[in-house]
Ligand binder design. Structure first.
Ligand code: NAD
Ligand code: SF4
Length: 441
């Protein structure tokens, strides 16, 4: 059984409220942290090996150490709660059921970074959660954990919740900052990174909800103990939101030592695939990461079991591996059609492109149109090669990672499931009434 750090108290009734949270050890990490110097806390986070849980896996302690500290310029912590990656809903769970864990993590992190005004930017579709967060903020303030001179330290901190308008692109950190400043959420060119020029051109750290929540157990058990959980550079625990063709969809906390097979089939996690169907493929890290077929999902190219961690999922590069990403684990059984699935994603990315760069603005629409044609049985063999060519021209040629995120699913689908694309071309009539999966199994 995986060790629980973030969700260990999630089952306790009323844990969402300050009193219950406090009774079960809440804010003890904050009390401990406020007896330490900010540099000592930063060192603990570095030692813990915590990697950003939003998707990129960038070391959190290193990111914090990049924060510029020009004299007299305010600095900010911004929590990215714009969780919009299809298949990803673990931050929603944390904010809905454990809001004080996030507030406590933000308090400690703001103390380290010297942020007197910190923000939570939350996706517009999570319409009921800002009230939960604001209530928790008020409770924390009333208990002296936010506001002026927290725990007699002389440190002041306020937290504000800002609702987004429902655009996927506002999850990209610089688009998020633009939106927070009241502008259209267009990504900025990097560098400069937000750590140097962020919110209102001030040094800013943007971190995912889960990354900030993880600071609480790190301070509780120490960075060194946190680093002992997991394996290699995949330290600590990770929340996975599992969905698709599985018996038990939900949010699971894993310690990154379990195999993918165990995660899908064990009753502790996904509980297997409904109706005894076979596993076809999986997208383990949210819709932007490459789809992997069952044979490469359960084992690496060398025949080793594949594990639920950053390194093992990526083993073999994009040709045979994938990515941990945001931990949005989407399972496809044998009845699913990869062409249909890829077309749905292409439509999503085309709709969400901000339109600033030509390869993304034009390419995503072009890919969607071709995929729609193939899926309807109106495509030609050359269209598959054209699709491949377009995704190659998008990848790496855009301002922000949305371009790559639109290109990778198409590339992986053609690489691993070209037969399904060809079936649609060769079976125009069947394509209109059946999908590949149902017609072929
Ligand atoms: P990134 O690798 O560009 O950056 C990671 C972080 O490190 C950023 O905060 C960046 O500012 C910082 N950083 C990197 N180099 C730096 C430097 N030299 N100096 C200072 N700071 C530096 O990735 P990203 O654009 O932040 O995120 C992309 C990921 O987001 C994708 O892998 C995808 O999985 C994920 N994603 C998640 C969601 C979701 O809902 N959780 C949605 C879309 C995409
Ligand atoms: Fe906008 Fe797409 Fe360019 Fe990102 S890659 S800046 S979403 S056009």
């Amino acid at each position: 059984m995986s060790k629980k750090l973030l969700l260990k108290n999630a089952h306790i009734e009323g844990i969402r409220y300050y009193e219950t949270y406090r009774k079960h050890g809440g804010y003890e990490s904050a009390e401990k942290a406020f007896k330490m110097k900010p540099e000592e806390i930063l060192e603990e986070v570095k030692i813990s090996g915590l990697r950003g849980r939003g998707g990129a896996g960038f070391p959190t302690g290193l990111k914090w150490s990049f924060l510029a500290k020009p004299e007299g310029v305010p600095r900010h912590l911004v929590v990215n709660a714009d969780e919009s990656e299809p298949g990803t809903f673990k931050d929603r769970y944390l904010m809905e059921f454990l809001p004080h864990l996030l507030i406590e993590g933000m308090l400690i992190s703001s103390f380290v970074l010297g942020s007197n005004v910190s923000y939570i930017y939350i996706r517009g579709e999570y319409s009921w959660i800002p009230d939960i967060l604001e209530e928790a903020i008020e409770e924390a303030k009333a208990a002296g954990f936010l506001g002026k001179n927290i725990l007699g330290s002389g440190f002041d901190c306020e937290i504000y919740v800002q609702r987004g308008g429902g655009a996927y692109i506002c999850g990209e950190e610089t688009a998020l900052l633009e939106s927070l400043e009241g502008k259209r959420g267009n990504p900025r060119l990097k560098p400069p990174f937000p750590a140097v020029k962020g919110l209102w051109e001030r040094p800013t750290v943007v971190n995912n909800v889960e990354s900030i929540a993880a600071v609480v157990p790190i301070i509780e058990i120490s960075g060194a103990e946190y680093a002992k959980i997991g394996v290699g550079k995949s330290t600590g625990t990770k929340l996975i939101s599992a969905c698709g063709n599985i018996n038990k969809p939900g949010v699971y906390e894993i310690d990154m030592t379990i195999t993918v097979e165990e995660f899908i089939y064990s009753d502790e996690y996904c509980g297997g695939i409904p109706n005894g169907k076979k596993l076809k493929a999986c997208i383990p890290g949210g819709s932007s990461v490459p789809i992997v077929p069952a044979n490469l999902l359960l084992k690496t190219i060398n025949g080793e079991p594949r594990y639920m961690n950053y390194e093992s999922l990526a083993d073999g590069g994009f040709a045979t591996g994938t990515m941990m990403g945001s931990g949005g684990f989407i399972v496809l059984d044998e009845d699913q059609c990869v062409v249909n699935h890829t077309m749905t994603l292409a439509r999503f990315y085309n709709h969400e492109s901000c339109g600033q760069c030509t390869p993304c603005r034009e390419g995503t629409g072009w890919m969607y149109k071709i995929l729609k044609k193939i899926e309807k049985g109106e495509g030609k063999m050359e269209d598959i090669d054209l699709l491949w060519d377009i995704q190659r021209k998008i990848e790496g040629n855009t301002i922000c990672p949305l371009g790559d995120a639109a290109a990778w699913p198409v590339a992986a689908a053609i690489r691993h499931f070209r037969d399904e694309f060809e079936w649609h071309v060769n079976n125009p009539e069947l394509s209109q009434t059946q999908n590949y999966g149902i017609a072929n199994y």
